[in-house]
Design a protein around this ligand. Structure first.
Ligand SMILES: NC(=O)c1ccc[n+]([C@@H]2O[C@H](COP(=O)([O-])OP(=O)(O)OC[C@H]3O[C@@H](n4cnc5c(N)ncnc54)[C@H](OP(=O)(O)O)[C@@H]3O)[C@@H](O)[C@H]2O)c1
Length: 284
């Protein structure tokens, strides 16, 4: 029997989930966007019941505990949502044989140096958030109909992020200190949503890296934000050692995208291009 695709998207009130639902709808694919008011993913019975009732063919799991610094003091809650919550969803997916996409992070690595990280490279998470994502990945990887998609430095219209923080601060600050020795790639939710929608329509299961193309430091990212927004704030480049945060962060977040090429998925546009479109969107 032919089954129409019906995709459940968790975290619809967050940055990525919001745009994934919009992208699926654009493609005329039935999308059920859910958040904690529909069911709490840490509630195993509620999760299973909802998924069984909806009889979805795929799940794109964007919900997560994402407060990286706060997670250092709320380690238990972070683990409950990111590990136990993911397991609850995955087990429910298995029961109805649904495809499952888990969104993960560059913070599973904890690398320094300058090489581009491949999906199978050594994991060494430096913070609680990264440890929970790493643990969840291991559980998800056991399921034969799963995708693990690691992304980084996410910005979208629906939520808070580095771009919005920089723009807010630019209204009152002439100078800002921003770290210049952590290198990675910003990622626009609109672009990532296109790839995730392509993936869930495929059977090319596995572990992927997905960010906008090109790399930069947070300081370079901030400079481009100011430039594109026409703000005058000067960005001072400072080392991580001079910017104290509760959670440690890796210096090297360069993610290799060769895995996308190998499986015939298109890479995302450059982060500079994405940021330009995002700032136009923010001004609307
Ligand atoms: N943001 C980044 O820079 C970044 C970087 C790398 C990877 N990622 C990953 O990318 C994915 C999407 O990130 P994002 O920035 O879109 O996250 P986000 O904006 O923080 O959204 C996460 C969503 O999950 C929901 N949620 C939290 N706990 C829940 C629970 N127990 N049950 C149901 N829903 C729950 C949140 O609802 P409430 O707001 O009501 O709590 C929120 O709507 C996440 O898996 C994240 O780990 C993000």
């Amino acid at each position: 029997m032919f089954m129409e695709n019906k995709i459940l998207v968790t975290g619809v009130n967050g940055q990525l989930g919001h745009d994934v639902v919009l992208e699926l709808q654009k493609r005329n694919i039935e999308a059920v966007g859910v958040d904690v008011t529909d069911f709490d993913i840490t509630d195993r019975n509620a999760t299973e019941e909802f998924i069984k009732k909806e009889a979805v063919t795929g799940i794109i799991h964007c919900a997560a505990y994402t407060a990286v610094d706060k997670a250092e003091e709320e380690a238990e809650l972070c683990r409950k949502i990111n590990v136990d919550g993911t397991k609850n969803l995955l087990d429910a997916a298995k029961k109805i044989s649904a495809k499952f996409i888990f969104i993960s992070t560059d913070y599973v690595f904890g690398a320094d140096g300058e090489n581009f990280l491949e999906p199978d490279d050594t994991k060494n998470p430096l913070n609680e958030y990264g440890r929970t994502k790493c643990e969840a990945e291991k559980i998800v990887a056991e399921y034969e109909k799963s995708f693990i998609v690691r992304t980084s430095w996410v910005f979208g219209i629906n939520g808070n992020n580095f771009v919005k923080t920089m723009l807010r601060l630019s209204e009152t600050k002439e100078e800002l200190n921003v770290v210049c020795d952590q290198t990675g790639s910003p990622t626009y939710t609109v672009d990532l949503a296109v790839l995730l929608s392509d993936m869930i329509a495929s059977e090319k299961y596995g572990v992927y890296h997905a960010t906008n193309e090109n790399i930069c430091s947070w300081a370079e990212f901030a400079e481009k934000i100011m430039q594109l927004a026409g703000a005058k704030t000067v960005i001072n480049h400072i080392p991580t050692s001079e910017y104290k945060t509760a959670a440690r962060r890796p210096l090297n977040s360069r993610l290799s995208k060769v895995c996308l090429d190998k499986n015939g998925f298109s890479r995302l546009p450059t982060w500079e291009n994405a940021l330009g479109r995002y700032i136009v969107e923010l001004k609307k």
